[in-house]
Structures are given as structure tokens and as C-alpha cells.
Design a protein around this ligand. Sequence first.
Ligand code: F6P
Length: 328
Amino acid sequence: MPKQANKTIKKIGVLTSGGDSPGMNAAIRAVTRKAIFRGLKIIGIQRGYQGLLEEDFVEFGPRSVSDTIQRGGTILRTARSEEFKTEEGKKKGAEICRKHGIDAVVVIGGDGSYRGALALSHEGIAVMGIPGTIDLDIACTDYTIGFDTAVNTALEAIDKIRDTSSSHERCSIVEVMGRNAGYIALWCGVASGAEDILLPEKYDYDEQEIINHIIESRKIGKTHHLIINAEGIGHSTSMARRIEAATGMETRATILGYMQRGGSPTCKDRYYASIMGAMAVDLLADGKGNRVIGYHNGEFMDFDVDEALAMEKQIPEYQYEVAKALSI
Ligand code: F6P
């Protein structure tokens, strides 16, 4: 159980952790401005939990976040800290917070970052998680900051690849990010009209099925074939070689990579980040801690960190079936 018990919050720290995502700056801005609006002090903790351990702090004022809402990446920078994962690291992090009078920490990141937040809350620091990841793989929320920009960035690239693939009558495999989750692949696959969408949650590694699909598609008049492959499956280049050998259709693989994490956030990412950032501060100021913000069934809500981490998320079966039906 968290040791924090409705302590009055006077100073909040904010950090970004794990992979960056477009919209994180809008969230930092919202946390900063809402904290100041409510008469609280706000400390920017640079380079995630590693920066916390190294006391890499900067006191923020309202102008510290000016001109950032439209910028990709994170002005606080981010890191994956091995030291913070240790018991000593977590204790040290909480002690440093106490030393600097930081009563609460807002953590913007994914599941891994939430686990760090949970550890801090066990050490008596109030925490509030904001879902920031392009992967959309946080179970307690239908929306994660950065996903919308990432899928739109990927889609723009896929459309371009489709143009050339169609001119050359080729098969194109486009690999998108998502770690072990297939949400980016599913959305990009449906939105680009892909013939095959390979998701780690669904793919049975039956390559013959893809090969047969290509051969059948050509028989019914399709002149090119687009496959969206998720990072969690990977091996797009060797897959392309095997498909070309088996079908006789020229096949090219493109791995989109880090371009999907950058760029100016979409309106949707900025909006959700702004609301979630403000809400994180309001909840803390109103005496809540050990929570994460989510968006579910059309509403912004908050969940206990432990409960949020225990939830499971699955690819919606109907949406996956729709993707198959529309590629005939
Ligand atoms: O979680 C976001 C993400 O971009 C994943 O899609 C990807 O697997 C991972 O981060 C890459 O992480 P890194 O920046 O450490 O290479």
C-alpha cells in the first residue's frame, strides 16, 4: 500500500520516461500551467527517472513551457534507467523527492514508467500517471498520447510506398512500430487498405497463407499487394525474400522505424495531452495519489496504478475481422 495519506501537495515534479511520443510537450505544458494556476510549485525533472536520481531538476514557471505545444519529442528529454529499477534506486528516488520538497510526481509514459511511479508511491510520494506512448498498449485507457500522430505519420509514408508499389506491380511489406502490440499495424493496415495485416497478437507464422493470398489476389486482378507487418513480428526483409521466391512477385520491405515517434503532434494528441495534464494536477491538488489517467467510453477518468497495471488489453476481434473482409 502507498504510504502517502492525503498529504497537502505544495510542489509537483513532472517527468517523461521511456520512449518519447508526440504530445508529451503538450502534457508537460498542461501540468506546469495548471499547477501554477492552482498555486503550486512545479519542477521539471529532466531525463526521466535517471534524471531524478541525478537531481537533474529545473524549476518551471509559466513561460518555461511557452512555444512547446506544437513541438514533437519531449523538452524534458527521456531515458530508460536501470538504476531506478533496483530497490536502492527507488528508495533513493523517493529520498531525493523529500529532500527537494517534491510531494508528488506526474509521470508521462507507458506501462514501464507506471511501474516506476508505483514504486515511488510505495515510498510515500504521491504519483499520477499520464499515458504517453505511440504504442496504444496501456490497458486502462482507449487512448494514449502520441498514437494519433504516429499512425498519421506512418500512414503518410505507407501511402507513398503504395504509389510506387502499384506502379511497379510489386508486393510491399511495411513494418511499423508498436513493440509487442499490434495497434499501430491494425490502424495503419485498415486505413491504407492493406491486403494483409500481421499483428503479434494474431499472427500464427503461417507464411504459406500470405503466399496463397498473394497468388489468389493476382488471379482476381490485383496488381500489387500491401502487407503491414508489426515490429513485434519483425523479420520483414527476410520475409520479403521468401515471398518473392515463392510467388515470383517482386517484393520489397520498408521498416519505418523512429520517424513514427517524431513530428508535430496532431490536434487530437495535443487536446488529450492538455486535458490529461490538467486533470493530473487537479487530482493531486484535491488529495488523490497513486492514480493514472485514462480515457474510456468517451470520458476522462482515473484508476488506481496497481489496478491499471493488472488490466489486460486485447485487439478488438471485430475490428480485426473487418480489416480482412475489406481486403478482398
Ligand atoms: O514504446 C515506443 C517504442 O517506439 C516502441 O514502438 C518500440 O518498440 C520502442 O519504443 C523502441 O524503443 P527504443 O527507443 O529504446 O529503441
